[in-house]
Design a protein around this ligand. Structure first.
Ligand SMILES: [Ca+2]
Ligand SMILES: [Ca+2]
Length: 280
């Protein structure tokens, strides 16, 4: 049985509890003119520079391998129950107002401070990389790909790939907040979330592949990724990283000890060249 005060790494080694001081980047907005703020920003940039040092100058499969080693290091499994509590209480509530937005439509609900509140508000946990395709073991509780989702919409999404719907069979939300289930241009059933979160989802899935492609958790499959890939690369470009997504990345690092490189360095997506990789 797992101790609540400790975590386990990929090799099953017991790790010390995660220190909440591992955060390398300040998340409090800093006054642009303050000298202290400038120093803090410089220090944060230096920390990130060190974190990604081994990736410097690399590209293609070599860069993917370097990023894999970087993000595997220090990653601790918080356990699925605790990870979800931390998602609903910290990671998904960056502004700390106890309100959380649905990943599919952006609809805000609250007050939510833990899993129980979230469930009562109609949310459960969306695995953007489906559990049936390898979000198992440490990957099941990896907050870089977990998001709060409306329970009913999450059932509709199921394990379908994300994609652009050309003919909807079901939808929820309206206007720019609409999410849809339907067929894509290839005739495959896909799920399309509202636009403002498409890049976030794409970068989370590219993180997941980079993190787990080598260790391949039970049931690991790239079926969705291969179907999604061109769409995900388009979504990554169309919905660039914003301050909220950067703050979420900081919060996830604080909880589980690793970062999403494609949030810190969006240019790594092109440098890896996912569409040129031999994804199996
Ligand atoms: Ca909030
Ligand atoms: Ca976004």
């Amino acid at each position: 049985m797992r101790s609540s005060a400790a975590s386990w790494n990929d090799s099953g080694m017991l790790l010390a509890p995660v220190a909440l001081a591992v955060r390398t980047v300040p998340t409090t907005p800093l006054a642009p003119t303050s000298v202290a703020a400038t120093h803090q920003r410089d220090a944060a940039a230096a920390d990130l520079g060190q974190y990604y040092g081994p990736a410097q100058g690399k590209e293609g499969a070599e860069l993917l391998r370097a990023l894999h080693l970087i993000i595997r290091t220090g990653h601790v499994d918080r356990g699925y129950a605790q990870a979800r509590d931390e998602m609903f209480s910290v990671v998904a509530d960056i502004d700390g107002d106890n309100r959380i937005e649905d990943i599919f439509t952006g609809e805000s609900r609250g007050p939510i401070t833990d899993r129980k509140d979230a469930y009562e508000a109609g949310f459960n946990t969306e695995h953007t990389w489906p559990q049936s395709q390898g979000a198992t073991g440490i990957a099941q509780s990896d907050l870089h790909h977990l998001q709060p989702g409306d329970i009913r919409t999450n059932e509709k999404r199921g394990s379908y790939p994300y994609g652009d719907v050309v003919k909807a069979v079901w939808s929820t939300g309206t206007g720019p907040a609409q999410a849809k289930l339907g067929v894509d241009a290839l005739g495959e059933t896909v799920f399309e979330p509202y636009a403002a979160v498409k890049g976030d989802i794409a970068r989370g899935l590219l993180y997941f592949y980079t993190r787990y492609n080598e260790s391949r958790p039970a049931d690991f499959s790239t079926k969705n990724l291969k179907h999604d890939l061109e769409t995900l690369l388009r979504w990554n470009a169309a919905d660039p990283v914003d301050d909220r997504e950067r703050a979420r990345n900081d919060a996830v690092q604080q909880v589980q000890g690793n970062r999403n490189p494609f949030v810190d360095h969006p240019e790594f997506v092109d440098k890896v060249g996912f569409n040129k990789l031999d994804i199996k």
